[in-house]
Every structure is written in C-alpha cells, then in structure tokens.
Design a protein around this ligand. Structure first.
Ligand code: CP
Length: 309
C-alpha cells in the first residue's frame, strides 16, 4: 500500500487538502481498487480501529459506501441514524458524540444538515472526524471520488473542461467539486438558472454560463446536480417542468453537440428533471463508476487518517 501522510488529521473539506494530499489519496485508492477487484476484497489494515457512522440526514450512497469501505479495511463499525436515536428526545450533537466516544470509538464519519457541523466537532473531540456532507457547505469524499473518476476516464484532471450544471446554490457537491477540480488544474464553469447560482461564485475561479447548450458545447464533462427542493425555503424556479426544458439533459440535446461528452451525477437523480433516463443510463454516463470508485476513495481516506494525531 502507498506510504505517506496527509497534512491533516481530519477531512472536513477539500479546502484543507493540498494537491499532494489529493494525489496521495488517489494513489492509495488505486491500490484499494485492485483489492476490491480480487476474489477476497478485504485487508486487515484497520483491524484495531472502531468507526462510528453518524448520519443526521438521509443518505444511500455515502452511508453504504463508508460502511463497506470500513468493513473492507476490517474496522469495527457502528451505525447511527438520527431518526431512530435519542436526538429525537433533545440530545445535542456533542452529547451524542461524547457518548459514542466513551464506547472507545476512534473515528467519526458525520453527515449533518448544518454547515460547519464537522468543523465544530473536530474542535471539541479527540477522534478523527470525516465530513460526509454538512448542509450546503462541503462533501469532500464526493468531490474526491468525482475527480478520481475523471482521472480514471481521461488519465488526468488537469486541463479538462468541466461544467457543473443545476442547483449550484444549494449544493455542497458543487462547492467541493469546484475547489477540488481547480486545485487539480481543471477549467470549471457552472451553469443553471440565475436564481440557483450564487452572485459571487466567480471569486472561486469559475466562469458562469446561463445557456446550457453553450455550456455543453464547451465542456468535456458535465457534472449534473440534483435540484434540492428540501433546501429551498423560497421558490427559485417557476416549475420543475420549465427547469427540465431549459436545464434538463436529454439525448436530443447531446445529439446536437459537435463532440461527445461524459455525464456525471452524484445521485440521487431526479429522472426527467435534470437528467433523462436516455442519458443517465447511456454509454456517456459514468454515474455508476462514480459510486464504485467511492468505496476505494473512502478506504483511502480512512486508511490515511486512521491513527493520525
Ligand atoms: N451523493 C450522495 O451524497 O448521495 P447520498 O445522499 O445518497 O449519500
């Protein structure tokens, strides 16, 4: 397995990682991807490590992917979902985590609806903290697996033209992707209705294109985001039907382009809104490769952070 150390003992956001950190995670994930393709998909690397997956918000991919990554590394794993816990009786995040830690837990994987929850926790406890998505802030392992999937398909992320399409304003995936892709030397644009793109997004070094057809003509890769209706306190778009007409990606739209592009999506997909099935399930899509790579990337992150003080 790759040797080397990350410059941080927590993974709170891509913002905190150096380019060397990201490259180390990728090289470590390469090794674990080989492991995952063997008949016996397990290594003893984290045999003495106990990890708690604390999910205060719904998840399918991230939760299962972390749990599988931990089990493939032979860690002991406990899982927590807020809905079936004493959080419903009023227990605080910190009280909950301190109770979990008193059971001799070494690492915390946290998904939480509040921005900064993982940062807050990392300042209060001794265990390693991994942010599995905090509100509209960051989702670092998603950005790492997305960039890793681009590297796998194209050999390198540097110089690639990537457009992030859709509800950029409410998306932690968008922010983490922008930071990660820019660090790795990609060209990044965002595209969506003006109401769903932050006014000052250019300060992150990205360009804005409101016309989807122009954005798709420019790019090599489109990373398509879900409309996050659960985070919209007011109405940002007239209707989902109108959104699909102007910003939905379908086969006809791709057929008009003068080159082929790759389609990505972090999931879950609103089929027929941001992405039609004739694209999501087509040879242009690497959506399931992203999910597959998520396990190797999370194994790499857990392995590199375990035991760091
Ligand atoms: N991509 C992602 O975070 O999906 P889940 O919400 O299902 O974990």
């Amino acid at each position: 397995m790759e040797s080397g150390q990350l410059s941080t003992r927590h993974l709170l956001g891509i913002q905190d990682l150096t380019v060397s950190d990201i490259q180390l995670i990728f090289r470590t994930a390469d090794g674990f991807k080989d492991v995952l393709n063997r008949p016996i998909k397990k290594v003893p690397s984290l045999r003495d490590v106990t990890i708690a997956n604390l999910f205060f918000e719904n998840s399918t991919r991230t939760k299962l992917s972390f749990e599988l990554a931990e089990k493939r590394l032979s860690a002991d794993v406990i899982n927590f979902s807020a809905g079936s816990s004493s959080v419903a009786k009023g227990e605080t995040l910190l009280d909950t985590v301190n109770n979990v830690l008193s059971m001799k837990v070494d690492m915390i994987v946290l998904r939480h609806p509040i921005q900064g929850a993982a940062i807050y926790l990392s300042r209060k406890i001794n265990a390693n903290v991994i942010n599995a998505g905090d509100g509209t802030h960051e989702h670092p392992t998603q950005a790492l697996l997305d960039a890793y999937s681009i590297r796998e398909k194209y050999g390198d992320v540097k110089g690639k033209k990537i457009v992030i399409v859709g509800d950029v304003k409410h998306s932690r995936v968008a922010l983490s992707n922008i930071i990660c892709l820019k660090k790795l030397g990609a060209q990044v644009k965002v595209c969506g209705p003006p109401t769903l793109i932050q006014k000052h997004i250019q300060t992150l070094g990205v360009k804005v294109e409101y016309n989807l057809d122009k954005a798709l003509e420019w790019c090599d890769i489109a990373n398509v985001l879900r409309i996050q209706l659960e985070r919209q306190d007011i109405k940002y778009i007239p209707s989902l039907r109108e959104y699909a007409i102007y910003y939905g990606i379908n086969k006809q739209r791709l057929a008009r382009l003068d080159h082929e592009i790759t389609i990505m999506h972090p999931g879950p997909i609103n089929r027929g809104v941001e992405l039609n099935s004739d694209v999501a399930d087509s040879e242009h899509s690497i959506i399931l490769n992203q999910v597959e790579n998520g396990v190797a990337i999370r194994m790499a992150v857990l392995y590199l952070l375990a035991g760091t003080k």
